[in-house]
Write a protein that binds this ligand. Sequence first.
Ligand code: ADP
Ligand code: ADP
Length: 225
Amino acid sequence: SEALRLEAVEKTYNAGKPNEINVLSGAELTISSGEVVGLIAPSGAGKSTLLHIAGLLDTPTGGRIAIAGEAVAGLSDRRRTALRREHVGFIYQFHHLLPEFTALENIVLPQLANGVAKGAAEERASELLAKVGLTARAGHRPAQLSGGEQQRVAFCRALANKPKLLLADEPTGNLDPATSDVVFGALMGLVRETGLAAVIATHNLELAHRMDRVVRLDGGRIVPA
Ligand code: ADP
Ligand code: ADP
């Protein structure tokens, strides 16, 4: 089935003002369940804008979006937020884990917010931590973990609510090359195992070519890389 569809997506900031900027102009992208797409874009090309729009954190100024087959146009804010919470997971360059909570708790909390019972949430969090080799770190707070470990916890958190679509903005961008390679492997393992669709933005061409398909943002459009 289809995880994400972007049709003729437009984004203009500051429309009608002297500082108007057209970032996306006719962006098209369709991703099937289980497909992992690498996104390459020079800085300023609109990668973050695209990921925010695809993840329903920002609205386009034109075009159509569907997530998991559901068209987003015309939905109430409430329904859009529900759709995002149910179907989309985000990963950023910097992990944004909650510093006062343990690794396990950071993965449990979004599940509680989504209505999952505590016991089931803890079980799922433990399973996810095991998949990325962090069982022994479950009770550690982010400051007690290495950068690569923190990022692996962030991957588990992004997948905690079993999203259909994962959007990752340079998920290994702040790690050294060796760590980046290991952590990327952990991410791909999780993605493959859960069979979810993903868009993974990266500047690392070698990593991008380990994905199913690579696209590039060029002049506001999405083109094959
Ligand atoms: P990237 O992630 O590829 O670096 P962004 O999507 O962050 O690119 O930004 C693309 C362009 O849009 C940049 O020129 C940026 O300055 C501009 N931009 C991003 N967000 C805003 C905003 N909220 N208001 C005005 N301009 C913005
Ligand atoms: P919650 O379900 O806790 O209320 P939200 O629905 O606000 O959380 O956010 C869901 C996801 O979107 C989280 O991963 C959060 O980090 C991300 N997010 C929310 N707002 C923004 C934003 N303005 N920019 C980037 N990411 C955001």
